[in-house]
Design a protein around this ligand. Sequence first.
Ligand code: AMP
Ligand code: ZN
Ligand code: ZN
Length: 419
Amino acid sequence: MKHITLLLLTSVLIACSHQPDIYNTTNQSQNNEQSHQAPYVLLVSIDGFRWDYIEKYQPPFLSQFAKNSASLKSLQPSFPTKTFPNHLSIVTGSYPQHHGILNNRFHAPDLNKDYSISDPTAVTNGDFYLRKPIWVMAEEQGMRTASFFWPGSEAKIFGKKPTYFVNYDHNAPHQPRLDTVVNWFKLSAARRPHFVTTYFHDVDSAGHHYGPNSPQVAAAISKVDSSLQQLHHELTKLDIAVNIVIVSDHGMAQHNTGNFETLPKGLQQQFFSKGKGPIVHLYHNNKVPSLRQADITQALTQLNQQAQHYRCFEYQTIPVKFNAHKSQRIGDITCLANQGWAIGFSEHRIKGDHGWSQFASKDMDGIFYASGPAFKQGYQHPTTENIHIMPLLAHILGLQVTGPIDGKLEQLTPLLIDK
Ligand code: AMP
Ligand code: ZN
Ligand code: ZN
């Protein structure tokens, strides 16, 4: 009996520890008059879901959802094809060089600070984020928003966070996430968020550990597919119609663990580096401009002379098509490996990866499937860059885009019933 009581108590405690305060009692803000009438949008990200996974793995719910949706042939990620830069591109409508999150880990010379997705102090420091995510514009315009995970959602950006948000936990189970999202949409009209995000890491994690062609990726897709089916089912029971937009940040490519090229170790005397694998950023240790340039030029020559499976660029000379030549946060020197190759100062052994050029193959492309009252059904549009999603969502929600963005609304209006 004692055991059973303890077991029950433990289960309740576990359940509670994952159950956020969905009513966020400290936050009583309400939608303003104008926002009451606005549509609802749920933005779901399946990290690392490659553009062709539906055809390859045929998950039952997503296959049906995609077929009936307004979709893109594939969603082209921004450079570099990593998680944080692309999630921020999706919600800010901007290239990483403009929104400021240049990779999952980078140095910001303008702030003299390092950013890393595993450092909560950095992730929640609004100074790193240079453009407004759509939830910030919504909150500024009196519309309530919510996020059960999205890169950047835990930071006060331009002074605002989503009304309801949850701190990221890689090991969080799906069920509380699904329940919370549904419960947010069940709040009273005054407090119900009109823009909600959620995120699943499972498919990306399996892709890295076992490669994109593995049974483990099939299992991860199947798990996320069941969760999304449940979420969709619960949302259809509500008395409001929610536009559901399912995206991914990038794809995934096979990496033969033997394909590793070491960068010249001597460079570590003058430079510190961020990242390894498909892309590496090098920053000169010396902040005095006159003492840096000769070393940078020399290092670049050395790197490119010895490089067999990669190319390096001084940041201003990164080819314009990457839209990454304007921000020094990408490093004094950026080295980009050929697809399937990894580079770094120490070995990198994983079976699948992303971060390679989005122009080298379609393997870096992700997905975009949208369904709901705003969208056409069974319509497919050609491959489009992910910076164009944000102005589309702003348009659906009736928000004004306040502040600069790179995306263009016209790129995706063909997906809409009423332009
Ligand atoms: P990548 O190295 O680009 O594959 O990054 C994927 C990882 O990003 C996942 O394994 C997640 O755990 C992590 N991640 C996703 N969202 C967040 C977040 N909001 N905060 C911290 N880490 C995150
Ligand atoms: Zn990712
Ligand atoms: Zn990944």
